[in-house]
Design a protein around this ligand. Structure first.
Ligand SMILES: *Cc1c(COP(=O)(O)O)cnc(C)c1O
Length: 374
């Protein structure tokens, strides 16, 4: 057997299961586990199984192809796909028993056209104030003539600022959502599943939980916003992913050595540098400043620009690190290493983007005490 051991993302599926159990408990509502974008980079199928084991009642994805991949793997739980552009293959969605979101009359028309013999399961997406997807002015025009062959199984909307719990826009969006539901009731649809909350609202806004919450980032054990909501650990969440790479090389360099492309940084003293075998092709943001690695119980910050396949860290002259040692790029931070939040902050981004962009050439290594690893 060949083994490749340059870098790996380690994913603790039991933590995902535990996070879902925890979120379900505080939400006191059904949980839709959001597994779009390859489960935020954690791996679609293992995460879907771990989330269902934790009590999620359904799965949410952006794309139809993500939903079909779940069905092809034998997953039978309800699945909602919410980003289907005009011309989407609604026929396959119906055949695979996949719920789809409709944000417009055009979408309903397309669905209705292929749904004549079999009923299509649709969640109406309404714009309660984020001004992105969902019905807005067209909502007033909706009537039962648009619903031929369509079973409305849900109505939902999405928050723009749930990670700022004090913002009045949250209250306004909730009120508007409730208003928009009344219109649906007036068409005789009274049993549609109502859902509005993402992770941040699930954690902080008990009044917005309705029938179901759609949790993404929190299920992976990450805080929706470390500045406004606090760390993952303070929210009771356990980070599921840690990212590791090998030190390609450790070497001593003199003071005033220019490091990397563009010579954007200089060593400020005689020191040891470590070359880490991961770069922006693997999802390490090129413009990172202020994050780094954790090795032998110590942090070592990035020095210079991140290259495509590698970056350089300043280990310090007395570091015990050697060429070939494994280092942690981010993890749960509990023993002092960097977190995905730290990497987000250090690159003008957020933890969501850090984990989601880990490249396809980085193997995901799973551990679980349950039998959910393929
Ligand atoms: C991504 C997404 C979510 C999950 O958001 P988190 O902040 O990760 O919990 C929920 N609903 C919709 C419509 C989404 O696109």
């Amino acid at each position: 057997m060949r083994t490749f051991n340059r870098a790996e993302a380690r994913i603790d599926l039991d933590r995902i299961t535990a996070n879902v159990e925890y979120l379900k408990n505080i939400a006191d509502a059904d949980v839709m586990a959001v597994v779009k974008a390859d489960a935020y980079g954690h791996g679609l199928l293992p995460v879907a199984r771990a989330a269902l084991a934790g009590g999620a009642s359904s799965l949410g994805v952006a794309l139809l192809e993500e939903a079909i991949a779940l069905r092809d793997a034998g997953i039978t739980a309800p699945i909602l796909a919410w980003l289907l552009p005009p011309g989407s293959d609604y026929k396959s969605a119906i055949e695979c028993n996949i719920d789809v979101a409709a944000p417009s009359l055009i979408a309903l028309k397309e669905i209705s056209a292929v749904a004549s013999d079999r009923r299509a399961r649709v969640h109406l997406e309404v714009d309660s104030g984020m001004t992105r997807g969902g019905f807005l002015s067209e909502w007033d025009l909706l009537d039962s003539s648009h619903l031929d062959g369509i079973e409305i199984v849900g109505i939902f909307s999405h928050f723009a600022r749930a990670d700022e719990p004090g913002e009045k826009q949250n209250q306004e969006q909730r009120d508007r959502f409730i208003e928009m539901i009344k219109k649906l009731n007036s068409l005789g649809v009274t049993d549609a599943l109502q859902h509005l909350s993402n992770s941040a609202a699930t954690l902080k806004d008990p009044d917005s939980r309705f029938d179901m919450v759609r949790t993404g980032i929190a299920m992976y054990g990450l805080t929706p916003d470390v500045k406004t909501l606090g760390t993952s650990a303070s929210l009771g969440l356990q980070a599921a992913m840690s990212l590791h790479a090998k030190l390609q090389l450790v070497k001593e360099v003199p003071a005033n050595s220019p490091v990397g492309y563009g010579a954007t940084a200089m060593t400020d003293r005689h020191t040891k540098l470590g070359i880490v075998a991961m770069g922006y092709a693997d999802g390490i943001p090129r413009n990172t400043q202020g994050a780094g690695i954790f090795v032998h119980g110590k942090r070592a910050p990035i020095i210079g620009r991140v290259s495509m396949d590698q970056f350089v860290v300043d280990l310090g002259r007395d570091s015990a690190a050697n060429s070939g040692d494994w280092v942690e790029i981010f993890g749960d931070g509990i023993t002092g290493g960097y977190t995905a939040e730290d990497w987000g902050n250090a690159s003008g981004s957020i933890n969501y983007e850090i984990v989601t962009r880990i490249g396809t050439r980085v193997p995901r290594i799973y551990r679980s005490d349950l039998s959910i690893v393929e």
